[in-house]
Ligand binder design. Structure first.
Ligand SMILES: Cc1ncc(C[n+]2csc(CCOP(=O)(O)OP(=O)(O)O)c2C)c(N)n1
Length: 695
């Protein structure tokens, strides 16, 4: 709801308290539909009255605002944010939760001189609005538009990019030490959510920061949620802190805190420790913040993250503190938009929706790869109690929420802890269980060493299900699952499969669960693919490909989502009188050497296709096979080029990357030594589009 804007600079902050502590209601059900709200709660449409928001072009404009104006601006931001994300899709609830916190940080600190490092960056929309990107917000996550995360190359105010969780404290430590080396004096802050704090790297960062003692402020944005409910002992501990009375920053408290702070040498630090303890414990009851304080942080909190005046006061004091400080801020995910508050799990990140009632667009019909996986898993788990489901904070995205409903005792959400998830799975496998580690392709990158060191080296039958393999679209470069084929293919003992459609996904899921000889991974894309072989799925056998089409002119060898591209390319070529063999490789490792080599010999040229990086991926495996056999047939590898791919719709990105059926047909044609006499006797007339721009 809009407030009448007041002129800039008419009042200043006091330490006045505003309202009660925010408390999350009991968590909403996964997959539940957004609740219908009465219209008065909906963000009001923009009217033509002048908005404060329109005057905000940089953080300097925020600094000029009075307390009341900032509150008005917060409201305007919520409306603008919601109406914009309703059209673009994106991370709504995380950004709604940090409106006041972002305003307070920009009010108090001087970015980019002061360094504010955001964890994940999915909650950075308000920061974008305040740092000169207000008008560009409607381009967010659109191809060529603003990123949905923070990127170092998007704005000088985005000091460190992210997309994956739990990196902010480590990066901030780097910024802090660089400042110390230079003898500079600016502030360094990491803003991290309670979900991201469950990640091992965040804990490693805390461990280092507390011990090092340099000036660094960790702002803990505690909304009790990861994407789903936050999990783990640390979450339980934070919940206890949350029960305490809210911290208010008054001048006296601040003076006491600062007087007690250790500065200078280690000796002085030690001498000052007792004073610091007294000072901070005066500010906060003795049992609060103990864990962080024992580590060496000055703990301040919990603070109402929606009380703007108090936030500003607290950070003004914190700015003067020395050493490692942890400010515990309580926020409500989705704050201010009731449907998002009531169901922050749905509104964490979503596609387009109605800003009035939050209703999302109907799901496109058809079965997704994720559905095919979890439905099969649930079938198998009914009779096999050795199956255990593991997710690293992605129960909904991986589909394991449906497994969890049926088998809560065999389901584990370990938090944003991919490394732990994989070694945990390895332990279970060593004891004869059948762990299913369902992890997005991009996030499994975090667990690369455990895959090699703990799983593969020990031949342990962990079943990896890599969702969102390939280009994911709007999330962009941090999230495309394009490295997995390359990074898994080189791991000894590991079997690597990719299904062409959802029927094959079911068959591969069954196969993976029956395979006990060592680790096995199935990698599959976002969305679905209806059956490409309506007559049925041929049984999955280890290292066996399937031949989908026979032709003598060229061999198109494809993996996973590449199979549809190859089939379509074969159709294009056939229209030109060129007959292609199409092989669905099924296994990236072990390759079906026999089938691929015989097709290569018969056809005299090979084109491979995969929706992953070309360097070291499936096509490279085929090239290695041909070279091992001394088979010198012209071969072309189609995969993603050696640069990071932007965000945008998958078809657009594929087109730009040369990953389409037409590209494949062009590549096949380019390999034909001279225009062959086509096997079907038709003349090969090549349309402009096919001959132009052979890559
Ligand atoms: C390594 C990694 N694993 C999983 C994710 C997916 N992910 C994005 S945001 C998020 C939850 C973060 O929770 P929190 O830090 O509390 O922020 P909030 O959204 O609650 O503000 C998760 C699991 C990720 N970005 N990176």
């Amino acid at each position: 709801m809009r407030h009448a804007p007041t002129p800039i600079g008419t009042s200043h902050f006091t330490s006045a308290t505003e309202k009660e502590a925010p408390r999350m209601d009991s968590q909403t059900e996964m997959d539940s539909q957004p609740e219908t709200q009465t219209p008065q709660y909906a963000p009001q449409p923009e009217n033509h009255a002048p908005r404060l928001l329109d005057q905000i072009n940089s953080p300097t404009d925020v600094k000029r605002l009075s307390s009341e104006q900032l509150k008005t601006l917060a409201q305007e931001i919520r409306v603008y944010l919601t109406q914009t994300v309703a059209k673009t899709g994106g991370h709504l609830a995380p950004s709604l939760g940090v409106v006041e916190l972002t305003l307070a940080l920009h009010k108090v600190y001087d970015l980019p001189k002061d360094k504010l490092i955001w964890d994940v960056g999915h909650q950075g929309y308000v920061h974008k609005i305040l740092t000169g990107r207000r008008e560009q917000l409607p381009t967010i996550r659109q191809h060529g538009g603003l990123s949905g995360f923070l990127r170092i190359d998007e704005s000088p105010f985005d000091l460190f990019g992210a997309g994956h969780a739990s990196t902010s404290i480590s990066a901030a430590m780097g910024f802090a030490k660089a400042r110390d080396f230079r003898g500079s004096k600016h502030s360094v802050l990491a803003l991290i959510g309670d979900g991201a704090l469950t990640g091992g790297m965040a804990l490693e960062g805390l461990n280092n920061a507390a011990d090092d003692g340099t000036d660094i402020t960790i702002v803990l944005n505690d909304n009790e949620m990861s994407i789903a409910e936050n999990v783990g002992a640390l979450a339980t501990y934070l919940a206890k802190l949350r029960m305490e009375p809210l911290y208010q920053a008054g001048e006296n408290t601040a003076k006491r805190m600062i007087a007690g702070m250790p500065v200078g040498s280690n000796l002085i630090k030690k001498a000052a420790k007792a004073a610091k303890h007294t000072a901070t414990h005066f500010a906060t009851p003795a049992h609060k913040g103990l864990l962080f304080e024992e580590m060496g942080f000055t703990y301040i909190g919990p603070i109402d993250g929606h009380d703007l005046s108090n936030l500003v006061n607290v950070f003004q004091h914190v700015k003067r503190l020395k050493g490692p400080v942890l400010v515990h801020v309580l926020t409500v995910k989705g704050k201010g938009i009731p449907y998002a508050e009531a169901n922050s799990r749905t509104y964490h990140g979503l596609g387009k929706f109605s800003p009035d009632d939050g209703k999302t667009e109907a799901k496109t019909a058809g079965v997704s790869f994720t559905d095919a996986f979890v439905e099969t898993l649930n079938d198998l788990a009914e009779t096999d109690d050795k199956i255990v489901g593991i997710t690293a904070a992605m129960p909904d995205g991986t589909g394991l929420n449906k497994f969890a409903k049926l088998h809560p005792e065999r389901f584990f959400d370990v938090g944003i802890a991919e490394q732990h998830a994989v070694v945990f799975a390895a332990g279970l496998a060593a004891e004869g269980f059948k762990p299913v580690a369902a992890i997005y392709s991009t996030f499994l990158q975090r667990a690369y060493d455990p895959i090699i060191h703990d799983v593969a080296l020990q031949h342990l039958p962990v079943r990896f299900f890599l969702d969102r393999g390939g280009l994911v679209g709007d999330d962009g470069g941090t999230h495309h699952g394009v490295f997995d084929l390359a990074y898994l293919r080189c791991v000894p003992n590991l079997v690597l499969m990719a299904p062409k459609d959802t029927d094959e996904m079911r068959a591969m899921t069954r196969f993976a669960l029956s395979y006990d000889a060592g680790p096995i991974a199935v990698r599959y894309p976002r969305g679905g693919q209806d059956s490409l072989t309506p007559s049925g799925v041929c049984p999955v056998e280890l290292g066996r490909a399937e031949v989908l089409r026979r032709g003598a002119d060229t061999a198109l060898v494809a993996l996973g989502a590449g199979v549809k591209i190859a089939l379509d390319a074969a159709d294009i070529l056939a229209r030109q009188g060129i007959e292609a063999t199409v092989i669905n490789a099924r296994f990236c490792k072990p390759l079906d050497a026999e089938t691929i080599l015989s097709a290569a010999r018969r056809c005299g040229s090979v084109v491979t296709v995969e929706d992953g990086v070309a360097s070291g991926g499936f096509g490279s495996a085929v090239l290695e096979l041909l070279s091992e056999q001394g088979l010198a047939v012209p071969t072309s590898v189609i995969g993603l080029p050696d640069h990071f791919i932007e965000h945008g719709p998958v078809p657009v990105l594929r087109d730009l990357a040369g990953l389409t059926a037409e590209d494949m047909a062009r590549r096949a044609l380019a390999l034909l030594p001279s225009r062959p006499a086509p096997s079907n006797g038709k003349a090969a007339v090549l349309p402009e589009k096919l001959t132009a721009g052979v890559r």
